[in-house]
Ligand binder design. Structure first.
Ligand code: ADP
Ligand code: G6P
Length: 513
């Protein structure tokens, strides 16, 4: 796999709100490092380890306590092979930018949950202020010729702020979350400002064709005089500047998961977990505690599966890991209570003296523990209401047993690649989820193996190195064509847009390819 030409040799500078590590003070007051959770970190970490470079972001530490961890970061850089530039956020930044605009406006909006949005005007100001902060740190650390790559919804205005600072380097962007449906996006009070900010990037990467098209349709709707080319992958601004867009489904480091699961330490845990679960097949769920993950609906589906299929009693156990996330947002806490109430009621209704229908863990697993659970799980239940990609689905495809079954939400970005061989469900359809659980638990071994094999092959082919290479190739093309252009094709008419929607082709993993 080759990177895109000249860009391959450049120093990679990744900019994201969340760093791969979180710093916190241990009991004795000394600093300690923990691994961050979330798909962005899982995806990018192996790339930085592989190529070296720099990662700029927030280590979760308050501005007032921002000193004394330099030695830790230096050791980290030596061990991991890339540098970390930590950026401080004040308490106000954390409240109004991180918990506020990022996670109480953009996160729900982009997951089509507009009723959860809090359009507090203070949040927008904070978003601009903190994006400027990030831009200053990027400008102070970037060298000529660096490959600048900004990640995710928290930092959509960084390129614009870099331009204000006089930095005219080309800057890439990748959105890990979905881009909302245009009708929903239109409710954002700062919709034009945000779209204009995004247009300051040179290549905007999306997880799916749907996300890319939603964005293009918003640009057309804004009627700012930009021309959107018919294939939706190039936008010509009124001043002639060109912005490219592309679809790059994010992935995982195949080798890391495939080899990791063969570690002896993992094998030993697999045995222990098997023994603890007795004769019951394990159904596994791994989710951050987030309303987009559809945890309550998943539990209702599982409960209905047990109610309607008594033959499953004693035969299956759902192990659900819920990873703490954004705990300072009230709605996240309310959701925790709801989930725990449901877990309690399922347990109360069905548990017997020698069988638990459900094991709920609110906390964190290290990589070995996660891999051991993937390997033991007969079925993975991945049912987000909406998700940019969902890397848990891909991790299970690689690390799960050879005859595992993946139940996957049709609203996860991963469904575009995995729908041929996973069992797709509508996560809002509790009866459908229940029926699919029954089907998975009873599926013939040959069918399971064939599906799992195909899923694994797909992730092997389109892993995280493939993702980077395809992004860099597009970036390279956009560099080659970077002469400002004044002419382009006219904006597509509504009917052309509709046609394009109908024609949109998804592509599938297949066992044969
Ligand atoms: P999201 O990015 O919304 O959390 P994904 O499914 O794409 O959803 O990614 C979740 C990632 O978090 C996976 O790569 C998973 O392995 C990882 N993960 C799960 N549990 C932990 C944990 N305890 N610590 C760190 N990472 C975790
Ligand atoms: C998702 C987002 C990431 C984010 C992660 C964890 O994966 O796309 O940008 O880092 O969730 O959320 P947190 O708020 O803890 O960074």
């Amino acid at each position: 796999m080759t990177d895109g030409g000249r860009l391959r040799d450049r120093r990679l500078v990744v900019v994201s709100n969340r760093l791969p590590i979180v710093l916190s003070r241990a009991e004795g007051g000394e600093w300690q490092l923990e691994r961050s959770s979330g798909g962005l970190v899982t995806a990018l970490e192996p790339l930085l380890r592989d190529r070296g470079g720099l990662w700029i972001g927030w280590p979760g530490v308050d501005e007032d306590d921002f000193a004394g961890f330099e030695g830790l970061l230096e050791r980290f850089a030596i061990e991991e092979g890339y540098g970390i530039v930590p950026l401080a956020l004040s308490e106000r930044d954390r409240n109004d930018f991180y918990l506020g605009f990022s996670n109480s406006v953009i996160w729900p909006l982009f997951h089509d949950l507009q009723e959860r949005c809090d359009f507090d005007p203070r949040y927008w100001d904070a978003y601009r202020r903190v994006n400027r902060k990030f831009a200053r740190v990027v400008a102070a650390n970037a060298r000529e010729g660096d490959l600048l790559w900004v990640q995710d919804y928290q930092l959509m205005a960084v390129a614009e702020e870099l331009r204000y600072l006089g930095l005219n380097e080309r800057v890439g962007f990748f959105l890990h979350v979905p881009f909302s449906d245009p009708d929903i996006f239109w409710r954002l009070p700062w919709r034009s400002e945000l779209l204009r900010s995004l247009l300051q990037f040179d290549l905007i990467g999306f997880q799916s064709a749907q996300d890319r098209d939603n964005f293009a349709e918003c640009i057309i709707r804004m009627d700012m005089g930009a021309q959107v080319e018919a294939r939706f992958d190039r936008i010509i601004l009124p001043n002639g500047r060109r912005v490219d867009t592309g679809v790059f489904p994010v992935s995982i480091d195949f080798d890391e998961f495939a080899q990791g699961v063969d570690r002896r330490s993992v094998g030993a845990r697999v045995e222990e977990i098997r023994q603890a679960s007795g004769n019951a097949q394990i159904i596994l769920g791994v989710d951050r505690l987030d309303y987009s993950k559809g945890l309550a609906q998943k539990l209702l589906g599982f409960r209905m599966a047990l109610e309607r299929n008594p033959e499953l009693l004693g035969r299956v156990t759902l192990i659900q890991l819920v990873v703490p996330s954004r705990e300072d947002i009230t709605e996240y806490n309310e959701m925790k209570e709801e989930v725990e109430r449901l877990v309690g009621s399922i347990h109360g209704e069905f548990a017997t003296h020698d069988w638990s229908p459900i094991r709920y863990i609110y906390g964190s697993w290290d990589r070995d523990e996660l891999l051991a659970h993937y390997r033991t799980a007969r079925v993975a239940l991945v049912t987000p209401l909406k998700d940019g990609m969902n890397l848990v689905a891909k991790e299970y495809a690689v690390a799960g047993p050879d005859d595992g079954v993946l139940i996957l939400s049709e609203f996860a970005g991963a469904a575009a690649q995995m729908s041929d061989h996973a069992l797709l469900v509508n996560p809002f359809d509790v009866e459908g989820v229940a029926e699919t659980i029954r089907r998975a638990a009873n599926m013939e071994s040959a069918d399971r193996s064939r599906r799992m094999h195909a899923l694994r092959d797909g992730v092997r082919r389109e892993d995280i190195h493939w993702w980077l290479a395809s992004y860099l190739r597009s970036f390279e093309h956009s560099l080659e064509a970077s002469q400002p252009r004044t002419a382009g094709s006219p904006p597509p008419s509504a009917s052309r847009y509709e046609r394009r929607r109908r024609e949109r082709r998804r592509y599938w993993y297949s066992a044969e390819a």
